[in-house]
Design a protein around this ligand. Structure first.
Ligand SMILES: [Zn+2]
Length: 406
């Protein structure tokens, strides 16, 4: 297996010292998506000769498609294998893949687990990352379970639940008076200075690789079938690239014959990928949305995500914050799934797409939910106003119920 630059095609050995392609990343600046992100390439032809290939891969915990050698290198926490709930709606079927059921309550555990396992096999004990909250709490939790030290750089303004979670796991929390981008650059400089392994999203190629495992699970959950559509919330473009990577592996191995239609959903206040689809002169504007885990000024995995969407005819949908809040209510009240706004965005994207284009008969549609609503209670503050308290008397209850009707 090797790392291959998605821009120039240069190949590099898989090692903890290799992050971006040194040739392409030479002139990267913080205002534009980085060039030189690396993709992991496997020997598909050799694997293809294995009889009953998918069952074999499943039994091997997909190790032949991951850059680690031993199952024991992974966290003993249950990462992935998250539930997928099925709902028959008229002539289509909706599947909700709930990644809030990961150990630290977000999709990011898939990447943290792989990064941590790789570090373990390379005898590295300290891992640093920049984060808006979820990646940091994820790395902190996974490292705690693996006896590793995590160092997390976050904007001081990140949601309190996520910061508390990072501290409870015993990680070193470094709040930075600045943006996520400032944290990103600082964590790289500090990692070089102090010799830490760096987990920064899309900078470390394993973050994309770790996130592809959801695709294998979706395929398993659907009894070895690929869905027709997958709605994915998009910020940096890493989760969507991971999902493409997973299905592309299955395509290259001859296990499936078509990649599902993947729909990238972004918030109108942070639409730097979907807004630039089909354009060769991308514009990047500052983000402003309640969906904080997909609020991104410069998408770190812009080029790979765009390439995948264009190659496999993916689609893009932009949703307003008000639609995200409505979707959050809908998911909570009709499905019992209280998700973070980013996940609700994916569901809002599905609703918008349904209204605009509809779905062919008997479509199987997956919505990827990425994190728990408990992580950012402030985001839903405007739609969850607490009722007034009453005195502990029965007639007060009656009065209260009357008031609520109004
Ligand atoms: Zn390159």
């Amino acid at each position: 297996m090797i790392f291959k630059c998605i821009n120039c095609g240069a190949e590099y050995p898989v090692s903890p010292e290799t992050y971006l392609c040194p040739i392409c990343s030479k002139n990267n600046d913080a205002k534009h998506p980085p060039l030189g992100v690396l993709q992991t390439v496997y020997d598909y032809n050799k694997l293809k000769t294995t009889p009953d290939l998918f069952s074999y891969l499943e039994a091997e915990a997909f190790l032949p498609l991951l850059p680690v050698n031993h199952k024991q290198s992974f966290s003993s926490l249950r990462v992935g294998k998250t539930p997928m709930y099925e709902f028959k709606l008229g002539n289509k079927t909706l599947f909700l893949k709930d990644d809030s059921q990961n150990p630290t309550y977000s999709y990011k555990d898939r990447a943290s687990n792989l990064v941590s396992a790789f570090a373990k096999e390379n005898k590295i004990t300290t891992i640093a990352t920049a984060s808006t909250g979820n990646a940091g709490s994820s790395l902190a939790g996974i490292c705690a379970s693996q006896g590793q030290q995590a160092i997390i750089f976050v904007p001081a303004s990140a949601p309190k639940a996520k910061l508390t979670q990072i501290m409870m796991y015993g990680a070193t929390l470094v709040p930075v008076e600045g943006t996520y981008d400032d944290c990103f650059e600082l964590s790289i400089a500090a990692s070089k200075q102090f010799g830490w392994y760096n987990r920064n999203t899309a900078y470390n190629p394993l973050t994309i690789e770790g996130k592809k495992t959801a695709s294998y699970e979706i395929f398993t959950d659907m009894h070895k079938q690929a869905p027709d559509f997958i709605f994915v919330p998009v910020g940096d473009g890493v989760i969507i690239s991971g999902i493409y990577r997973g299905f592309e592996d299955l395509l290259k191995l001859g296990i499936i014959n078509k990649i599902p239609t993947i729909v990238a959903v972004q918030s109108a206040g942070s639409s730097n990928l979907v807004g630039n689809l089909g354009s060769n002169q991308p514009q990047f504007s500052a983000s402003n949305t309640i969906a904080d885990s997909i609020a991104v000024d410069v998408p770190r995995n812009y080029y790979m995500a765009k390439k995948f969407l264009e190659k496999y005819e993916g689609k893009g949908v932009i949703v307003e914050d008000s639609e995200i809040l409505e979707a959050a209510s809908d998911l909570s009240q009709n499905y019992g799934l209280f998700t973070e706004p980013a996940s609700a965005a994916a569901y809002a994207g599905y609703q918008k797409y349904a209204g605009k284009f509809g779905f062919p008969k008997n479509s199987k549609i997956v919505i990827q939910l990425t994190g728990s609503g408990l992580k950012d209670l402030d985001a839903v503050k405007s739609i969850s106003k607490f009722p007034r308290a009453i005195k502990p008397k029965l007639n007060e209850v009656e009065k209260f119920l009357e008031e609520r009707k109004k």
